[in-house]
Design a protein around this ligand. Structure first.
Ligand code: HEC
Length: 159
């Protein structure tokens, strides 16, 4: 009986590690290349959702493109009030008036990364995934920080 219990607890332990590593090890750290890999290969953002109040292509303002689409992952979508859950990612495709993709800007919520400004990791990518700006850029934070109470999110209003 004792042996069986020990064997069983080993199985549970190993299973726990296996499940834990598939669910958690997937989330990248504050690294633009790892994040790009995550949002294009591990969990392609084009398969994510839109905010219910911000579907598909929408007109936008400077400094972002005049047209955009904002995709959100489940951690963002399931956040019913600010702050968003850790692991939340918003991917914004920025288009020219002729609907050419010009840039991809991303906000990714990482626990402990930058507590004073909402723990967001910011990246601006070229359409093929080269990070032009990343980390805690003053520009991104300054402008989005006007809505710090909405957890720095501008296109979706939390009620
Ligand atoms: C001068 C103001 C300004 C700056 C600087 C700025 N943004 Fe934005 N951002 C906006 C506005 C306004 C929106 C709402 C959508 C739109 O009008 O394009 C937005 C929307 C977004 C969104 C969609 C989610 C949301 O919050 O609504 C992301 C992601 C984003 N910005 C990332 C960035 C990143 C990354 C940077 C820095 C490289 C940045 N932004 C710099 C004004 C700004």
């Amino acid at each position: 009986m004792k042996k069986l219990l020990i064997a069983l607890s080993c199985v549970v332990f190993v299973l726990g590690i296996a499940i834990g590593s598939t669910v958690f090890a997937e989330m990248p750290g504050p690294d633009p290349d790892a994040l790009w890999n995550h949002i294009t290969k591990v969990s392609p953002y084009k398969e994510w959702s839109f905010w219910p109040d911000h579907q598909g292509m929408q007109p936008g303002r400077a400094p972002h493109g005049p047209l955009h689409k904002v995709y959100v992952n489940d951690q963002a979508l399931n956040s019913s009030k600010p702050p968003l859950q850790y692991g939340a990612i918003e991917v914004k495709e920025n288009y020219s008036p002729a609907k050419e993709l010009k840039a991809i800007t991303v906000m990714y919520k990482i626990k402990g990364y930058n507590p004073k400004d909402g723990d967001w990791f910011w990246v601006k990518y070229t359409p093929d995934g080269k990070a032009e700006k990343f980390g805690k850029p003053k520009g991104c934070i300054g402008c989005h920080g006007t809505r710090a109470k909405n957890d720095f999110v501008l296109i979706h209003e939390f009620k």
